[in-house]
Design a protein around this ligand. Structure first.
Ligand code: GLA
Length: 548
């Protein structure tokens, strides 16, 4: 029995029906819907810690333009902790130091953060700001390069502070967790409340605020952070800081990068099932170009973040970038891997002994994969990639390009092998014949499973696809759907009863669109069960899914 939901002023929308028809077809015709891509920009924390002020931000914003970083795609200038010393006026409004944040143009008042936002916007860039979900910020606990002050958090002032950020004109807000952690707050509850405060602020100012959650992977944010509190796009940190905290009041400029942390932050950031449709794991701001990393390590770092589809927030001082660092940060072929339109994350598809790894990131162009051959060991080694491990069907032919060198290497039979120096990596673009996806149609004559309340969803409709097969443990899923609204509709997907992932379905107009995600298929053969449930009402009308 098919179920239709009719709403006043709305077309009848078939909500959820079951998969009955099983067909084999090549990558199907539904057009890829544009999803928000990972943010790119610069953040003050890694180089300037809590010594940040207006003159630093002005210099960095200028350098973003003069270095060609903006042209390459970087757009945010994010002010991290230290901009505010925890003071409020009698009405609870944030009060900032007029000396640190002076007037920058005639007619401006010192101590008004909209001055710096106007300056950043004037250069064609976007501006980000920082707060904590608790009463105190991290600076209270860990003073770092400058002194720490109490009350640098927004708890008790969510509506007021986020409205203030939006009124100042900020486009992006990072919300830390030191205060929340100390007070034993529940991050899923606090961050949802903050998302709602952001919505209110957006409704009042009509300015979108990008939402960056920073609770360092505690309580597994990839399971609750996507679309939290209705956030249309968001990112969440998956690990601790990539730079070590510095002892209080040590000299500015003593901050160093650490390649071991680069690798471990990358590892902790891999949660491919949560990353799709505009929601991103965040392995932290980058340390490329900071003291202590070699040019090779910078290149590996960039390759890892691009494979992750991670937010690309540069932490180095932009006024001091070497030519090599600039080239690493702005290589268009590597940026294109990070910014690929599918919005997915790399998966480790093979390990040839400890520390010799093959990673694959599915790209929007049919049959294309970004492939990283990563040698974590202290001696050079040969790493081989098999086309079958990438989901490329024809083992006799695929083209290989070295992305850093910008060089076609030729057409190769599977496997392709390369000698990788110690602690280094090769970033390749492999292009071959796309494996056929199996399509499961949502049939209008299908049965509907009884809905279940998942705790995360308000409504009870659900759609189940049974006996779903996949070739790989982490499989790609294409979902074809329609959404005639002006904003994204949301549904949740559970594979074999595992943790649900919240999926955004952007508008499609009257046509059919497609989004992609990846999910772990933990049952062999065609035994997997996929259940979609509504997270808001109405949900997308799902036409079919296609599985790799
Ligand atoms: C935490 C965050 C960092 C930075 C500092 C500021 O440690 O993880 O990214 O924002 O706080 O104090």
């Amino acid at each position: 029995m098919n179920k239709f939901v009719c709403k006043a002023g709305m077309l009848a929308v078939p909500v959820f029906v079951i998969a009955l028809t099983l067909t084999l077809q090549a990558q199907s015709a539904a057009k890829l819907t544009a999803v928000p891509l990972p943010p790119m920009g610069w953040s003050s924390w890694n180089s300037f810690s809590n010594t940040v002020d207006s003159s630093i931000i002005v210099d960095q914003a200028k350098a973003m333009i003069s270095t060609g970083m903006h042209k390459a795609g970087y757009q945010y200038i994010n002010i991290d902790e230290g901009w505010w010393l925890g003071q409020r006026d009698e009405q609870g409004n944030i009060v900032v130091d007029p000396k640190a944040w002076p007037a920058l143009a005639p007619g401006e008042r010192a101590g008004d953060m909209s001055n710096i936002v106007r300056y950043i916007h004037g250069l064609g860039l976007k501006a980000g700001i920082y707060t904590d979900a608790g009463k105190n910020g991290c600076g209270t606990e860990f003073p770092d390069l400058g002194p720490g002050y109490p009350n640098e958090g927004s708890e008790g002032y969510y509506n007021q502070d986020f409205l203030q950020f939006a009124k100042w004109g900020f486009d992006y807000v990072k919300v830390d967790w030191c205060g929340g952690d100390k007070e034993n707050l529940d991050p899923a509850i606090q961050y949802a409340e903050i998302a709602r405060a952001i919505h209110r602020a957006e409704a009042i100012t009509r300015r979108p605020l990008y939402y960056s959650i920073c609770n360092w992977g505690k309580q597994s944010p990839w399971t609750w952070a996507p679309n939290i509190g209705g956030a249309p796009v968001d990112i969440w940190r998956t690990s601790g800081d990539i730079v070590d905290p510095i002892v209080a009041n040590s000299k500015n400029g003593s901050r160093k990068a650490n390649f071991v942390k680069v690798l471990s932050n990358f590892d902790q950031g891999i949660h491919p099932a949560a990353q799709h449709t505009g929601f991103y794991n965040d392995p932290d701001m980058m340390v490329i170009g900071m003291p202590a990393l070699t040019d090779e390590e910078n290149r590996v770092h960039m390759s890892l973040w691009a494979m992750s589809g991670a937010p690309l927030l540069v932490g180095a001082d932009l006024t001091k970038l070497s030519d090599a660092t600039r080239a690493t940060l702005t290589n268009p072929a590597v940026l294109a891997v990070d910014q690929d339109a599918l919005g997915l994350q790399a998966v480790k598809v093979a390990e040839q002994g400890t520390g010799l790894e093959v990673w694959s990131k599915p790209l929007a162009a049919s049959g294309s994969r970004a492939v990283l051959l990563l040698n974590r060991n202290a001696s050079p080694a040969t790493i081989a990639v098999r086309w079958a491990d990438l989901g490329i069907l024809d083992a006799s032919s695929a083209t290989v390009e070295d992305l850093w060198a910008g060089k076609e290497l030729g057409d190769f039979k599977s496997p392709y092998s390369a000698q990788i120096p110690a602690g280094d990596a090769f970033l390749l673009l492999v292009h071959g014949s796309e494996g056929k996806l199996i399509t499961y149609k949502a049939d209008s004559a299908g049965n509907q499973t009884p809905g279940k309340q998942s705790g995360l969803v308000a409504k009870a409709s659900s759609l189940t696809f049974k006996d779903v097969a996949s070739r790989s443990r982490v499989a790609r899923i294409q979902i074809a759907y329609t959404n005639p609204d002006k904003k994204a509709r949301i549904a949740e997907l559970r594979v074999n009863g595992q943790v649900a992932t919240r999926i955004a379905f952007p508008p499609t107009g009257s046509g059919t669109g497609a989004v992609w995600l990846q999910a772990e298929f933990d049952r062999p053969g065609a035994k997997n069960v996929l259940t979609f449930s509504l997270a808001n009402d109405p949900g997308p009308a799902i036409k079919f899914i296609a599985v790799d």
